[in-house]
Design a protein around this ligand. Structure first.
Ligand code: NAD
Ligand code: UFG
Length: 341
């Protein structure tokens, strides 16, 4: 395929989803520059990317809100497009520290968009989240559902989505894809890069895999009385490698007249917490100790994507099945019981 977009700035490229996407970009022949302040990642992830790809990466240790540093990067390189992952992502933390979240996520995007505009680089793929659908009226969720965040993290994503729609309406040169991820899980098949959350994980799969390696004693399942297949919450879990390939397709779909488009990035299929526990046990051969706990505040019963727009317009669908997600997760966690440290 002819490649029209070659030199890519990846903000947050040392993080969980960014690192997997950088591997995919390098393997597809893109010329990548990573910008990350390492506030939620380790330089070791960069070494591991280099080990997988065999390519030395160009890495800038800087904050996206640092105007001078950003301008310097744009003076040094003529980027065709930016993939913007850099941001804070913990819902509970955003409730406690709203200003920090708005400053990092909204001010960071504003700064980046301004410098991009000045440098005449007007193609961007932005990391949004299914959290922007709030508590959806039904499932599966299409991109045209009402947008309704319920916490500062979600509001920060919605604000940036609004910003992107507004700049694209004001200037047709902007080509914007907003990717609304459902529940990213798993790790690269090499077992070299994966998710390494700080402290005790909030998310289900890193919690389960840390129980499996003995870092945590017992999983709490938050509620077994939802109106779902077995009473536990249902989500659309997507392999991070499929997420990475969605970014490549999203970049390749940017073209004159694209405007600003949002895409659901999920598998289109939901699994319950208990189904995830059983699938992990089957793939890993480990037994996961769990107990039923009260519902977690803010959780919804079911959330899964209608992915027909991304299939139709990006030519992308998820390829990894549940067992593949679990095997790769176990490969990463068992090889790296303490993550990157
Ligand atoms: P992550 O924390 O692993 O990666 C984010 C990276 O951005 C980190 O390396 C961090 O150091 C860097 N960063 C943060 N603020 C920065 C700043 N101001 N300047 C420069 N670098 C900065 O998170 P992730 O899971 O890879 O998520 C990537 C993006 O996807 C985030 O925007 C997140 O909100 C979004 N997202 C994640 C999920 C998920 O469940 N992981 C779901 C939906 C959306
Ligand atoms: N769960 C447990 N025990 C745990 C952790 C989670 O039972 O220890 C359950 C939750 O109740 C839920 C399911 O597992 O039913 C998934 O929970 P996660 O915390 O892994 O994911 P969420 O769907 O709550 O949220 C994630 C991200 C958000 C993002 C959202 C988008 O954390 O940032 O997906 O769909 F907005």
């Amino acid at each position: 395929m002819q490649q029209t977009t070659n030199k890519i700035l990846v903000t947050g490229g040392a993080g969980y989803i960014g690192s997997h996407t950088v591997v995919a970009l390098v393997e597809q022949g893109f010329d990548v520059v990573v910008l990350d302040n390492f506030s939620n990642s380790q330089p070791e992830s960069i070494s591991r990317i280099e080990q997988i790809t065999g390519v030395k990466l160009d890495v800038v240790n800087a904050d996206v809100r640092d105007e001078i540093a950003l301008q310097r990067v744009f003076e040094l390189h003529q980027f065709d497009a930016v993939i913007h992952f850099a941001g804070l992502k913990a819902v509970g933390e955003s409730v406690d520290q709203p200003l920090r979240y708005y400053h990092n996520n909204v001010q960071g995007a504003l700064q980046l968009l301004r410098v991009m505009g000045d440098g005449n680089c007007k193609k961007i793929v932005f990391s949004s989240s299914a959290t922007v659908y709030g508590d959806p009226s039904s499932v599966p969720i299409t991109e045209s559902f009402a947008l309704n965040a319920t916490n500062p993290y979600g509001h920060s994503k919605l604000m940036v989505e609004t910003l992107l729609r507004d700049i694209s309406s004001s200037d047709a040169d902007w080509q914007v894809s907003i990717l609304r991820y459902f529940n990213p899980v798993s790790a690269h098949s090499s077992g070299l890069i994966g998710e390494d959350p700080n402290g005790i994980p909030n998310n289900l799969m890193p919690y389960i895999s840390q129980v499996a390696v003995g870092r945590l004693a017992c999983l709490s399942i938050y509620g077994d009385d939802y109106d779902t297949v077995d009473g536990t919450g249902v989500r659309d879990y997507i392999h991070v490698a499929d997420l990475a390939s969605a970014h490549i397709k999203a970049l390749q779909a940017l073209a004159p007249g694209h405007g600003c488009q949002a895409y659901n990035i999920g598998t289109g299929r939901g699994y319950s917490v208990l189904e995830m526990v059983k699938a992990f046990e089957a793939a890993s051969g480990q037994t996961i100790k769990y107990k039923i706990a009260p519902r977690r505040i803010g959780d919804i019963a079911s959330c899964y994507a209608d992915t027909s727009k991304s299939a139709r317009e990006l030519g992308w669908t998820a390829e990894h099945d549940l067992n593949g997600m679990m095997q790769d997760l176990w490969h990463w966690q068992s090889n790296n019981p303490n993550g990157y440290s």
